[in-house]
Design a protein around this ligand. Structure first.
Ligand SMILES: Cc1cc2nc3c(=O)[nH]c(=O)nc-3n(C[C@H](O)[C@H](O)[C@H](O)COP(=O)(O)O)c2cc1C
Length: 363
């Protein structure tokens, strides 16, 4: 299986399967001198872990990451950083009953066509468990970005038609409010309404989609490239590589299709000695490069395919079958919630790579 890597200079390679012994990540290209510990990595892994809220999968993963290489005396050495996360709560027996069935909405059919085999135990590489490696790498990327005072926050912006209006606070406070909420939404009223909707949806045995919004502050202007390595393009690729994503909107997003230039143009002004724009419809990117205004984008997640409602399907021999979720198997009713940490991580990895790529821009 090719293409398990992401990034040009700050380059991650994730490995492992949902129900294998362990999963992990190798980070190539992280500069020396970044302070990082197992605890930093585990703080972010704990936020992604299932089993923490009534609205995420009850799978009890301890998700303990351990740095195996590339760090000495608490600082990165510039050599490959390898991080391992053991799989401790993987019960594969429940999946025996569905091993020959094409799982509607999941990756079993396409994997089977491409590789001639499919790891039915929780989806193998198609499982969102793979994203734990990204979150571990994201923790390292965030530490690197802290050298430039670049801050990232992501939160659930919409679930089941309920939209959040996040408080106008600094990104650190926004992030704290997000992770205090059981639906990872920093707007308490919206969070309560989302939780009420989710309870009804879960009672029906169904799942629901959602939108995660990400905001980045402290980016210098000019990050990214004008053509094939556009910041907007690379962020989109990063987001669309997360399982269950179905769309991304940067700034005004799809709404631009109905706007006029007179309303969508962000006009420039001097803020002291800094060039800024009065509005930020562009979402912080022009011509594929950062403007220095906050980078703002939304990612749409589909409803998890795992639902407790029987579905028509076929088996690998083409016989009609009914797909029932194995009794006792554990799933996320709304993947957007746990995806918040993954969005943060992929944003950090993309930006760390962009910073390093930009070092070749000017003499
Ligand atoms: C954090 C996270 C958790 C997920 N949990 C589940 C889950 O419990 N059940 C499920 O069917 N899909 C879950 N998914 C989505 C599947 O991994 C994904 O739908 C599947 O790999 C097929 O890929 P696609 O939806 O991108 O086409 C999750 C995704 C993320 C990002």
């Amino acid at each position: 299986m090719a293409s398990n890597c992401f990034g040009n200079i700050f380059r991650i390679t994730t490995w492992g399967e949902s129900h294998g012994k362990a999963i992990g990540v190798v980070i190539d290209g992280c500069p020396a001198g970044v302070a990082i510990t197992d605890d930093d990595i585990n703080a972010d892994l704990a936020l992604r872990s299932p089993g923490k809220s009534p609205f995420t999968s009850p799978r009890q993963e301890t998700d303990h990451g351990e740095i195996l290489s590339g760090v000495f005396n608490g600082l990165t050495t510039g050599t490959p950083i390898s991080i391992i996360i053991w799989n401790r709560d993987a019960d594969s027996s429940k999946y025996e009953a569905i091993k020959d069935l094409l799982r509607p909405g999941h990756a079993s059919f396409t994997y089977l066509k491409k590789y001639g085999a499919f790891d039915y135990r929780g989806g193998g590489r198609a499982s969102a468990r793979e994203t734990a490696g990204r979150v571990a790498a994201g923790a390292v990327a965030k530490k690197f970005l802290a050298h430039f005072n670049i801050r990232i926050a992501a939160y659930v912006q919409r679930i089941a038609g309920v939209e959040a209006s996040p408080p106008a606070v600094d990104l650190k406070s926004l992030r704290e409010a997000t992770y205090k909420s059981e639906v990872f939404c920093p707007d308490p009223a919206a969070a309560a309404a989302m939780a009420a909707e989710l309870t009804k949806i879960m009672d029906r045995g169904d799942s629901v989609g959602g939108v995660v919004e990400a905001v980045v502050e402290g980016l210098p202007a000019g990050l990214g490239d004008p053509v094939y390595e556009k910041l907007s393009g690379n962020i989109s690729r990063a987001m669309m590589s997360i399982p269950a994503t179905r769309g991304i909107e940067i700034g005004s997003g799809f709404a631009v299709a109905d706007l006029n230039g007179s309303t969508n143009n962000d006009v420039f002004y001097m803020d002291g000695d800094v060039i800024r724009t009065k509005t930020n419809y562009a979402g912080g990117v022009l011509g594929g490069m950062s403007t220095g205004m906050p980078l703002v984008f939304k990612v749409a997640f589909k409803p998890a395919s795992s639902i407790k409602i029987p579905l028509d399907t076929i088996d690998t021999k083409g016989n009609k079958q009914t797909f029932n979720l194995p009794a006792g198997s554990r799933h996320d009713p709304c993947v957007a919630i746990r995806a918040v940490t993954v969005v943060e991580a992929m944003t950090a990895i993309t930006l760390a790579d962009s910073i390093l790529m930009n070092r070749s821009a000017q003499a």
